[in-house]
Design a protein around this ligand. Structure first.
Ligand code: ADP
Ligand code: TRP
Length: 334
């Protein structure tokens, strides 16, 4: 039986938060643990270079993400784990893809506009090319499933368009990849506005936060009097109910909602119980991370063999595409 290919990645911008964990990493782990999947998981350090970056820290930040991946349950015996820039074939494929993509379409994407707003003085060609490189990441392995949060949907749409265009124009056989969804596909910000994100201070809980840090981050979530005749659908209280549902179960969340409509809620107790529940899920991950941090040789070894395995697969696709485009399939004179 042919296995279903899976690919996912996260940029190397530091340690993971609960949004990354629930929206992406948990999906990556769930797919890895099914026998009929073949998974490729990377750190997208080239995507990090599409906005201002620091050459002194970029690789260390990639390793930080790798450590979080491994601690959260990615298993190098089941998945191919690597750093994107160590498989340079992705860049070659993205160039071929860029020949079938219009500039206007890329500059109209909401994700592009958001980045321009954040960094108006650094709108590079690499940034415009962001979704094209992401399509290459996925399609170079002919991956059909991509475990990412809902904010990445516009990029998957681009990947499907590119697959169709390449197949129609050049006769390649790329699949049209779909997003693999989890119940944490959108984790709201602790500020009560927008999504949990690394770039918004006060919005997140890190996978490496201890109990006291979690408690103090939750303490800042804005609340109300604890009673009302309608369950809030946005803002801090909605965030708390969502987090309770994820970490303490649906029943507990229903209990609080009933209390909200009736006798009222003590947020101090709710936040304390929630902090305990979150910490008890994160504690084993943190313990595993501490052991891995001391074992840098082991981590580097995973990355070397991951890149080797990924390159073998990537080179097959590159050779096929070069041939379909009328180029020398081997890329060198032979
Ligand atoms: P950030 O917004 O913190 O910079 P990234 O854009 O690096 O996060 O996202 C990495 C992965 O985590 C992506 O798959 C993204 O969809 C997912 N993700 C990020 N934030 C959230 C969130 N708040 N809820 C669910 N998934 C998220
Ligand atoms: N754009 C993704 C993010 O911000 C990261 C990424 C790069 C990615 N290449 C990918 C995700 C390929 C899934 C598949 O999170």
């Amino acid at each position: 039986m042919n296995k279903t290919r899976v690919l996912a990645g996260m940029r190397s911008s530091g340690r993971l938060h609960l949004g990354n964990y629930l929206g992406a990493a948990k999906g990556m782990i769930a797919l890895q643990n099914k026998n009929n999947n073949e998974c490729f998981y990377m750190v997208a350090d080239l995507h990090t270079m599409t906005t201002p970056f620091d050459k002194k820290t970029i690789r260390a930040q990639s390793i930080d993400v790798i450590l979080d991946y491994l601690a959260a349950g990615l298993d190098p015996n089941k998945s191919t784990i690597f750093i994107q820039s160590e498989v340079p074939e992705h860049i070659e494929l993205s160039f071929y893809f860029s020949t079938v993509v219009s500039l206007a379409k890329m500059t109209h994407l909401p994700t592009f506009k958001e980045k321009v707003r954040e960094n108006p003085d650094f709108v590079s060609i690499a940034l415009v090319n962001y979704p094209v490189l992401m399509a290459a990441d996925i399609l170079i392995y002919k991956a059909e499933l991509v475990p990412v949060g809902i904010d990445q949907e516009p990029h998957l749409e681009v990947a499907r368009d590119i697959a169709k265009k390449m197949n129609g124009t050049f006769g390649t056989n790329f699949p049209e990849p779909k997003r693999f969804t989890t119940k944490g596909e959108y984790i709201p910000s602790l500020t009560g506005e927008g999504k949990m994100s690394k770039s918004i201070e006060g919005s997140y809980i890190l996978l490496t936060d201890n109990y006291e840090q979690i408690k103090s981050r939750l303490a800042k979530v804005p609340t109300d009097s604890g009673r009302g005749n309608k369950i809030p659908e946005s803002g801090g209280v909605a965030v708390l109910f969502k987090a309770v549902e994820i970490f303490e179960g649906k029943e507990k969340a229903e209990e609080y909602k009933k209390a909200y409509l009736g006798k009222g809620i003590q947020y101090k107790n709710l936040k304390e119980n929630l902090a305990k529940a979150i910490y008890s899920e994160l504690k084993p991950i943190q313990e595993k991370r501490k052991k891995l941090e001391k074992n840098t040789d082991y981590v580097e070894q995973i990355l070397v063999s991951g890149a080797q395995k990924a390159r073998t697969e990537a080179q097959k696709t590159i050779s096929e595409v070069r041939s379909k485009l009328g180029l020398n399939p081997s890329g060198v004179l032979s």
